[in-house]
Every structure is written in structure tokens, then in C-alpha cells.
Design a protein around this ligand. Structure first.
Ligand code: NAD
Length: 257
């Protein structure tokens, strides 16, 4: 018996990184999972592996910042698996810059993917969760929505917004028996973090990941699976009295001064 037997979970940005780890964990624990991602090849490869292991999964090529793609995610999930119980709004992009040097296109893209994407995908998936009599939404924010660092003004704006959205979504949908929570990870070893290491420390990206890990009191960056496990907890009945919460999963990063 899996914790999510009979449940249908949609994970955006499900092809790589934290989303991928969540897709794999949901499938292992009995859910039928939709991996929605702009990277169709990676999503299909992931789903192929899950099906080989007798799991139930579907890859949907979708850009969460486009309304028609967001609608397609919900439609395909319902067509394949009969409904939606769990939505994980995980898709996100990392961008760098101050208000002075961030190009307007970068600002717009960051807001559109990280923040508007949650609005759009929820717009179509939440009504399906309501039809099932309730369920859970987990949004992926960041410690950068709670604390900050220089040079990430667009990214950090979206992460603060996700924490605020989580609270109001929780209030709006509590009457529908839908719990809405978010996770705020510290640094996580994913393609996003590896890309940042290559860009900022091209001479020693591996060393950069180790150094960034040392900034966390636990002395390392997280594995994607460690964030996925908290996402699954929030989506499960183990978290049945939690809603509107921002759960920090950062190895102690922001507790110091
Ligand atoms: P990643 O770049 O490794 O993976 C993100 C996935 O999202 C990829 O498969 C990518 O193709 C997909 N994606 C990107 N834009 C998309 C779009 N418009 N529509 C659909 N899919 C899209 O990133 P990650 O590190 O796994 O990050 C996942 C989430 O966790 C993001 O919201 C990120 O901001 C957040 N987060 C990451 C870290 C970290 O250190 N890695 C820390 C805190 C928060």
C-alpha cells in the first residue's frame, strides 16, 4: 500500500531537479503522476522509466507561463487519469540582477514563469481538485522569499509573492477541503544550482557547490529528494491540519545572524 494509492498528482517542472524527484517519489508511493515541463524529451524519458517500473505517469509538454498550456495540463491529467488530487507548482527559473541592470524582458519572464505560472496552472487544476472533494496544493518558493542576497531582485520578488499567494490560496480554498502550503528550500543540488556554479565559478563549479553548502549550518546543499520528501509530506494526509504554511527546508541557512 502506497501513501498516494488512487491519487493523481500534477507536478510542474517535473522533468528535472526537485520536480523530477517529486514525480519519482509520488509514483513510488502509488500516485498516477503528470510531469508537466517545457523539456518534453526529459519528461518523456522520466515517464518511460516510471512506466517500466510499473508506475503510472504521463509527460505533458507545457510552458506554465502560457494560459493554453496551463489549461492543457489539467485537461491531459483528467483525460489520462480521471481527475486531479494534488498539484505541485514547482516550475521556476533563476535569474540574476539588480533593479538597475535587470532587462525588462528578464523581469517579465521571471515573473511570468515563477509567479504567473502558479496562477495559471492553479486556475485550471484547482477546479478539478474541487470536483474530487478536496486535496492539496504545494507551491515551491525559496528561502529567498523570506531572507535575501544581492543581485536577485526579480527572482526574490517572485518567491516572496509565492509565499503570499500560498496564504490567500489557503484561505480561498479551505472551504473546498484543499490545503495549500509552500516549501522554502535553501540550496539544492539540481541542474539549476549546477548551472549557477558554472556561470559564477567556471574554474571550479564543483568547489562552488561545496562552498555554498558550507554556508548552511548542516554543511552541505540539499539533495533534490530531501525537498521532494517535504513536498510529499505536505501533500499527504500526514499534514492534514496544515494549510497556508511556509515550510523552510534549508539545513539551517536562515536561522543565523
Ligand atoms: P531546475 O532548473 O533544475 O529544474 C526546473 C524544471 O522546470 C526543469 O525541468 C525545467 O525544464 C522546468 N521549467 C522551467 N521553466 C518552465 C516553464 N516555463 N514551464 C514548465 N516547466 C519549466 O530547477 P530546480 O532547482 O529543480 O528548481 C525547482 C524549483 O525549486 C524552482 O521553483 C526553484 O526556484 C526552486 N528552488 C530551487 C533551489 C535550488 O537551489 N535548486 C532553491 C530554492 C528554490
Amino acid at each position: 500500500m502506497g501513501r498516494f494509492d488512487g491519487k493523481v498528482a500534477v507536478v510542474t517542472g517535473g522533468a528535472k531537479g526537485i520536480g523530477r524527484a517529486a514525480v519519482e517519489a509520488f509514483a513510488r508511493e502509488g500516485a498516477a503522476v503528470v510531469a508537466a515541463d517545457v523539456d518534453k524529451t526529459a519528461a518523456q524519458a522520466l515517464v518511460g522509466g516510471i512506466k517500466k517500473a510499473r508506475g503510472r505517469a504521463l509527460a505533458v509538454k507545457a510552458d506554465v507561463s502560457r494560459i493554453r498550456d496551463a489549461e492543457k495540463i489539467a485537461q491531459e491529467a483528467v483525460k489520462a487519469f480521471g481527475g486531479i488530487d494534488i498539484l505541485v507548482n514547482n516550475a521556476g527559473i533563476q535569474t540574476y540582477g539588480t533593479v538597475v541592470d535587470t532587462p525588462e524582458e528578464t523581469w517579465d519572464k521571471t515573473i511570468n514563469v515563477n509567479q504567473k505560472g502558479i496562477f495559471l496552472v492553479s486556475k485550471f487544476c484547482v477546479p478539478e481538485i474541487i470536483k474530487r472533494g478536496g486535496g492539496a496544493v504545494v507551491n515551491v518558493a525559496s528561502v529567498q522569499g523570506l531572507a535575501s542576497q544581492p543581485n536577485v531582485v526579480a527572482y526574490t520578488s517572485t518567491k516572496g509573492a509565492i509565499i503570499a499567494m500560498t496564504r490567500t490560496m489557503a484561505l480561498d480554498h479551505a472551504p473546498h477541503n484543499i490545503r495549500v502550503n509552500c516549501v522554502c528550500p535553501g540550496s539544492v543540488d539540481t541542474p539549476m544550482l549546477r548551472w549557477a556554479a558554472e556561470v559564477f565559478v567556471p574554474e571550479d563549479p564543483e568547489g562552488a557547490v561545496v562552498d555554498w553548502g558550507k554556508m548552511h549550518p548542516l554543511g552541505r546543499v540539499a539533495k533534490a529528494e530531501e525537498i521532494a520528501q517535504v513536498i510529499l509530506f505536505l501533500a499527504s494526509s500526514d499534514a492534514s491540519f496544515m494549510t497556508g504554511a511556509s515550510v523552510v527546508v534549508d539545513g539551517g541557512l536562515i536561522i543565523g545572524i
